[in-house]
Design a protein around this ligand. Structure first.
Ligand SMILES: [Zn+2]
Length: 693
């Protein structure tokens, strides 16, 4: 049994009982008062009311930053100046203008309380629980971590599908290299020899009454085979679209049903294949694709690539590597296409058997919209027969209720003349729900979410439903904090700024970077792309083994005397840190400023085995700028041998504002401030120092 938390104003039920049409208001509660939360009852006592209310804001809720990242903003500006090759005179003007904004601006008020911030920290530190989001149902699930691991391990114990093995990145890319020879460079761009992320398996929750099932998905982004899989998906997609039964998406489905007319004894049924992906045999699948490629006179090179993709499919779970030996993996861009091709092959057999009972068969991967003609018993008998064709293919079904049925997020109902009317089926649309207006998103982004929701309503609803749906949407927006007459409408007029120059990437901070962005586009034609801040999801997820150390960037090492060394490297920070330690051990002072400081300063100086990552800028130029800012910020408490790059004097007043010397002087050593400094100001400085160092 799970504890269900409903955040609706009305008494709502989220179970699908076919009654959704009669209760026209409930669906908006999903939009209205945030998602439903399911919490494993064994953890009820660990998750308190504050934690529940903060999670209910939604995992995509962006939290206001607790500090303005001055250093990062300066780096972004310097990078944009360099990218756009802005002449020195204008560059100095930009720096002056931005520095003025930075010196005057204040941090926006926090959109969560201090208690809520602590609650998020507590969830992150709680080793017993794991917070997941079910995307299909838009439910946040808090479950026992060991249950989660056991459920996945149980799946991985299936010897027909998975085999433990050692992970070898090189072996996988090697396949690609051998195939790429002599293919006119089509695959050259797909081959990336750089170290990449291994694919990782995770469980995505699916709600089943009082149970949470985990669906295994392999996250492939940036994995060695990811580009190849994406390329294959593009190549094979046209083959899928050849089938008359194929439904691309809900918009495509709306087009299809315009031509459908039901007779009085026709029945609509939604068929679903259970666990389709893991039940598809790789060998059969490859044969099907081979036949397809041959009949379309396409290159047989693709077969080799596809075979490599499907047979070299390994992933990590809990730091152990597994190979998927059969079945298709969810999360790979090419597998939905293969599943569609497989279904096409399967249904060709099925539809031949008893063509009279099925009038319409429209498929989107594992979900099929059917119109049967006959009695309910006929249909049940037919589906039983369907389930006996292939031992691995089991269909579940849902028949229409009161002449209505949901398919692909569309609610269909039969009109008196037999044609189909269509509206939005909210249970699945909740996934595209917009964030609470207090989330620290750029207002334009919040607005675009609403615009896309409106577009969706326009695309999926017929005229009978549209007005009512839009009306309800406008009623519910203010409840999410949207001011219909103020910010929202005003923004409608101003479009995306169009600049001729390369865009600048800035973290979005209300009242700070939005001012900088509008200044840059107005005066210097530099458009801004705002980057989202930290989400609740990022805050509650468990910290991974420190990936930041494996990337290039700026780092800080503290000596026991209280002085710092600020370093910069284009290689992994961990590698550079190791070199410092080796130099210190071998007393090679030329190789490391740290070795020099510790060895030459005499007793009382030593470094801990700890390096702090300050930033992970990928670009060389912004790394140099960042290093300089950090050295100057820490001045005179550094033992760096060089002061770094020559930074424009326009930034002086910003760096002064964040300088360690200023804070230290005012805060601790200096007698002249004691007593005269207001307590509040001193506390603010103390907390600032805690945040900074
Ligand atoms: Zn020292």
């Amino acid at each position: 049994m799970f504890t269900h938390y409903h955040f609706g104003a009305a008494d709502t039920h989220f179970e699908d009982n076919g009654n959704h049409r009669r209760n026209n208001n409930w669906k908006y509660d999903l939009l209205c008062d945030n998602e439903l939360l399911r919490i494993d009852p064994s953890h009820d006592k660990f998750v308190n009311q504050v934690e529940i209310s903060v999670l209910a804001k939604g995992l995509d809720f962006v939290i206001t930053p607790n500090r303005i990242p001055y250093e990062n903003i300066i780096c972004c500006i310097e990078e944009a100046i360099k990218q756009n090759k802005i002449p020195i005179y204008y560059a100095e003007a930009i720096r002056h203008d931005v520095a003025t904004i930075l010196c005057e601006s204040k941090l926006p008020p926090s959109n969560i309380t201090k208690k809520e911030r602590l609650a998020l920290k507590a969830i992150q530190n709680n080793e017993d629980i794991i917070v997941l989001q079910s995307y299909k149902e838009n439910v946040i699930v808090v479950i026992n971590k060991s249950d989660y691991i056991n459920q996945i391990k149980h799946l991985l114990n299936n010897e027909k599908l998975y085999k433990p093995m050692s992970y070898n990145t090189k072996a996988q890319t090697h396949h690609l290299q051998t195939v790429s020879d002599g293919t006119n460079g089509e695959f050259e761009k797909l081959y990336k020899p750089a170290p990449q992320k291994p694919p990782v398996l995770y469980g995505s929750p699916i709600m089943r009454e009082d149970k949470v099932l985990l669906q295994p998905i392999v996250r492939q982004i940036n994995s060695p085979n990811y580009n190849l899989a994406r390329h294959m998906a593009q190549v094979l997609q046209p083959l899928v679209e050849q089938s008359a039964n194929f439904v691309k998406d809900s918009r495509h489905f709306v087009e299809i049903i315009k031509d459908i007319k039901l007779e009085p004894n026709d029945i609509m049924v939604n068929l679903n294949v259970q666990a389709l992906f893991s039940n598809i045999s790789i060998m059969e699948c490859l044969n099907i694709v081979q036949n397809k490629l041959e009949s379309n006179r396409m290159s047989s090179n693709y077969m080799q690539l596809l075979r490599n993709l499907l047979t070299g499919n390994c992933f990590l779970f809990q730091d152990k590597c597994y190979l998927q030996i059969d079945g298709l993996t969810m999360g790979n861009p090419v597998t939905p296409i293969l599943a569609n091709l497989w279904m096409e092959y399967f249904e060709a057999k099925v539809l031949r058997q008893d063509p009279n009972i099925i009038k319409v068969w429209k498929r989107n991967v594992d979900e099929i919209f059917c119109i049967f003609t006959g009695s309910q018993q006929d249909i049940e008998r037919y589906i039983m027969n369907l389930n006996s064709i292939n031992a691995n293919m089991k269909f579940t079904y849902k028949m229409e209720t009161d002449r209505t049925l949901a398919f692909l997020g569309i609610e269909l109902s039969v009109r008196a003349d037999g044609t189909l009317s269509h509206g939005v089926y909210w249970k699945s649309t909740a996934a595209g729900r917009f964030p609470n207006a207090t989330s620290h998103h750029h207002p334009r982004l919040l607005q675009s979410k609403i615009t896309s929701l409106k577009t969706r309503l326009h695309d999926l609803c017929d005229s009978e439903h549209l007005e009512q749906e839009l009306d309800n949407l406008y009623k519910v927006l203010p409840k999410n904090g949207y001011q219909m007459n103020g910010r929202f409408k005003q923004l409608k007029k101003c479009g995306q700024p169009q600049g001729k120059r390369q865009p600048i990437y800035l973290p979005y901070i209300q009242g700070v970077t939005d001012k900088i962005g509008s200044l840059l586009v107005r005066k210097y034609s530099i458009p801004t792309i705002y980057q989202r801040g930290t989400t609740i999801k990022q805050l509650v997820s468990k910290p991974k083994n420190d990936l930041r150390l494996q990337k290039p960037g700026i780092y800080k090492i503290k000596c026991s005397c209280g002085m710092y060394y600020i370093g910069r490297t284009g290689r992994p920070i961990a590698t550079r840190f190791k070199e410092h330690k080796v130099a210190l051990k071998n007393k090679e002072i030329k190789k490391s400023a740290i070795a020099e400081h510790v060895l030459d300063s005499g007793p009382g100086h030593s470094i801990e085995d700890r390096v702090e990552v300050i930033s992970n800028d990928p670009c060389d130029h912004s790394r140099i700028v960042r290093e300089t800012i950090e050295i100057r910020k820490h001045n005179p408490f550094t033992f760096n041998r060089v002061v770094g790059f020559k930074l424009s004097g326009k930034w002086d007043r910003v760096i002064e504002k964040i300088s360690l010397k200023k804070i230290k002087n005012m805060d601790t050593n200096s007698l002249e401030y004691k007593g005269t400094q207001p307590v509040r100001q001193r506390r603010a400085l103390e907390s600032l120092e805690n945040k900074l160092f």
